[in-house]
Design a protein around this ligand. Structure first.
Ligand code: AP5
Length: 222
């Protein structure tokens, strides 16, 4: 399965990506995670990306596309992948087509997670991420047993710099202006699956996986 997850900041893409990738035994490729790893590692890419990320803006397309091209060319992505956070505008969507074409592949499905605005704000303000294993927690919805410590690996939890209220507002504007047009783009190609992402993490996972299984069975029959 070659799958893209799309949805506004805080919709639960990273949370669901972990479960969906696991269910279909495909690698989860998150451009946000790759940028954040580069920021932590102090690489040139990280230094460049940080200024855009901190402002809540998109990192320039040519940098992001080159990074995704390298990642999708790795052997573990040959049989399928889940992209979380890419493409993020229509130009990146066309680049993804061309990149997959070069690799002899094409995209199967785009899964949109739909959440209302107030819920997004609650999810982002309480998000905590493990520095060591990257698992995503929430202080209210999915708290750890010990405050600030990851239940899975004992790593330290941190709050993302771009989850500050002003930056969140800007990220939502950027999503509406640049990323939301992708919904019509993929719907026009009959590649879009829409999932209600309100409710518990488990409910959303169940809905997402059922929709994906049904869509792949339909594709197999045609
Ligand atoms: P990125 O990391 O991709 O951020 P995003 O798209 O804004 O999405 P988030 O990671 O904020 O939210 P999410 O939907 O993954 O929600 P999560 O699962 O964590 O990108 C960051 C930056 O990198 C961008 O701003 C940009 O600068 C750059 N970038 C990345 N890709 C790029 C690209 N392609 N081009 C250019 N620049 C790019 O969930 C949020 C919280 O809610 C968590 O605490 C979670 O526990 C909780 N939660 C999740 N689901 C539920 C639920 N059902 N019920 C209750 N709580 C829930």
């Amino acid at each position: 399965m070659r799958l893209v997850l799309v949805g506004p900041p805080g919709a639960g893409k990273g949370t669901q990506a972990e479960f969906i990738a696991d269910r279909f035994s495909i690698p989860k490729i998150s451009t946000g995670d790759i940028f954040r790893a580069n920021v932590s590692g102090g690489t040139e890419l990280g230094k460049l990306a940080k200024q855009y990320m901190d402002a809540g803006d998109l990192v320039p397309d040519q940098v992001t596309i080159a990074m995704v091209r390298d990642r999708l060319s790795e052997p573990d992505a040959a049989a399928g992948f889940l992209l979380d956070g890419f493409p993020r505008n229509v130009a990146q969507a066309y680049e993804l087509d061309s990149l997959l074409g070069d690799l002899g592949n094409s995209l199967d499905v785009v899964l949109e997670l739909v959440v209302d605005h107030d819920e997004i704000v609650k999810r982002l303000s309480g998000r905590r991420t493990c520095r060591k294993c990257g698992h995503i927690w929430h202080v209210e919805y999915d708290p750890t047993k010990v405050d600030g410590v990851c239940d899975r690996c004992g790593g330290e939890l941190f709050q993302r710099d771009d989850d500050m209220a002003d930056t969140v507002r800007h990220r939502l504007d950027v999503y509406a202006e640049q990323t939301a047009p992708l919904i019509q783009f993929y719907d026009g190609r009959s590649q879009l699956l829409v999932v209600d992402a309100m409710g518990t993490v488990e409910d959303v996972t169940e809905r997402a996986i059922s929709a994906l299984v049904e869509s792949s069975e339909t594709a197999d029959q045609s």
